[in-house]
Design a protein around this ligand. Sequence first.
Ligand SMILES: [Zn+2]
Length: 341
Amino acid sequence: MDSKFFSMKYAQALKNLIRNVEGDSWVQSERTKTLFEEIRASIKNNVDQDRSFWRPVLPWGGVYTIKAGRKAISCTPLYVKINLKNTCTIDGFLMLLYVILREKETFPREVAIYLGKDFVEHFLYLMDSYDYTTVKLLWIWDKMEKQQYKSQIHKAALEIDLFGNEHENFTKNLENLMSTIQESLCSNWKCPARFQEYMQRMIKINPPHEIPNGDLIQTAVDEFFCPKIVLCEEIGCDGQREFSQRVFCHGPPPFVILNMQLWKSEELAYVPYYLDLSDHRYSLEGATLFNKEEHHYSAAFQIDGYWMHYDGLRNDNLILLNKPPQFLLLSSLVYIRATEN
Ligand SMILES: [Zn+2]
């Protein structure tokens, strides 16, 4: 099938889904608390006793049943439900994104600059309505590229399989959120490309070559942002290339994701609570964790200083931890911009 046609169909289906959801939920929208407030209240109430949240949040996978009707019948090929598989590659980040958006009043407006106002509004609405399968479909159809996941029709069901890497499925699709730019000038007047500009969409930090003491993560971040002088790599040029300080293209983003896949657990013995990024202070909000044996991702985040662990596969999938988690199986660290004083 023509993939363009297929994705247009998806987009239309998504719009219908959201319309249906919004139509149905007027009745139940009496709920006064957001999911975030519910979680926060549950932390306050059960610090000692039962450590799990009172209901499942964003369970692994998902089934969306398409209501029978003229629209479903006219749909070619015909499928009556959508099955989602291996969603842990987006689940943890969706949970973190939700917590971040609810953490500060100004964040939804700020994140909307990158991800779109409609997306942010629908995302918050669906999360607060506990409509978790639709939230995942919103991410898949609105943010992911068709080639980033597998889909097939199987016995009248559309099956979408998100098996893979969470940075491919999530971090890559955050538009220009973390885009930075760095200029450089070569000292050699005859350099074939004297002035250059480098744009990077991700914050790439590499583990140190030798193991020095101190804050390795901050050191690696500094290395990414700081000015530096290196030998020019243009062919036939022996000049020195001076790089300016790297800056965010659209100002300091509300949150950043550091990809920690290349870091070994001994390098992660110390994870800083505060991080200085391009003259702005960020604080640790959460992390995603990767279990290699099970090829499974989970997430940890904090609310009001209490750490929670989210794992979509567990029955009680959101639990309160009695101390900050061990960050030994890190896939990413997530920092939010701290309030400026
Ligand atoms: Zn040069």
